[in-house]
Design a protein around this ligand. Structure first.
Ligand SMILES: C[S@@+](CC[C@H](N)C(=O)[O-])C[C@H]1O[C@@H](n2cnc3c(N)ncnc32)[C@H](O)[C@@H]1O
Length: 241
């Protein structure tokens, strides 16, 4: 089972601002090339799993017929506000069930790593494959692998916007096969004052072999693209034979 993270409920409305420097448009441009290269099915139905506030869908929708699912209603609320014509559904990636089949299923920016065990990763991939058309493509972007992860590095990041300033302090530690991050975020906002959130969350540290092996086990022809689309996380592409 994946864990429930209350923080997303609290900070969903600040998510886009916190990621203002992430190049979603550029990422989608690269993802489009990967989809063109590997997808064998004819359609253009795309499902973005753990879509958050819909930042990738915002660009994907120019080329594909899109739908998004996420565990947190608060994140979906932000997505729906931006894109009234797109369907966003609350669902858990391991368990969602639809009659519809897709040509492309994406799960980006560490989303898949919220499955906290190899068993849960496999169950989630089985569910993805079940919702994929033959010749369809799955693209996943896990968090760091067990060897890439660098624990115990104190981090400070700040965001300055006209009426909002945000400071985030965090430290990630290794907890067996998980990365456990503790974070404190303080926000000062015009009309709202000064307030803080505290969060501790775990994500899985899968090895490259664990990911590729399980993609193959669930019937995908799988490859790894080192450093992926962000130069930070690797990307894995699976094609349903
Ligand atoms: C780091 S955010 C990435 C969001 C989005 N893909 C992006 O690139 O901005 C991770 C997302 O995973 C969602 N999430 C976590 N566990 C989930 C689960 N079990 N099923 C579906 N979504 C989940 C969270 O609600 C959050 O929106």
């Amino acid at each position: 089972m994946t864990q429930i993270r209350p923080l997303y409920n609290q900070f969903a409305e600040y998510y886009d601002l916190l990621h203002v420097n992430k190049d979603y448009a550029g990422e989608v441009k690269e993802l489009k090339k990967i989809i063109k290269r590997y997808k064998k099915s004819d359609g253009r139905e795309l499902l973005d799993v753990a879509c958050g506030t819909g930042r990738h869908i915002f660009y994907f929708k120019n080329y594909f017929s899109c739908m998004g699912i996420d565990f947190h209603e608060s994140m979906l609320k932000v997505a729906r506000k931006k894109m009234k014509d797109i369907t966003f559904k609350q669902a858990e990636m391991e368990l969602f069930s639809m009659r519809k089949r897709f040509d492309i299923i994406t799960c980006l920016y560490g989303g898949i790593s919220y499955t906290l065990s190899v068993r849960s990763l496999k169950d989630t991939l089985i569910n993805f494959v079940h919702h994929l058309k033959p010749g369809g493509v799955i693209i996943i972007e896990p968090y760091f692998t067990d060897t890439q992860f660098k624990p115990n590095r104190p981090k400070l990041s700040t965001i300055e916007h006209k009426n909002i300033k945000i400071a985030r302090l965090s430290l990630s530690r290794r907890k067996r096969n998980l990365a456990s991050r503790k974070m404190i975020m303080t926000i000062v906002e015009k009309d709202k004052g000064v307030f803080s959130f505290e969060d501790e969350r775990d994500v899985a540290l899968f090895s490259t072999e664990q990911i590729l092996t399980n993609m193959k086990r669930v019937g995908l022809k799988a490859i790894r693209i080192k450093n992926g689309i962000t130069q930070e996380f690797d990307l894995y592409v699976g094609v349903k034979e």
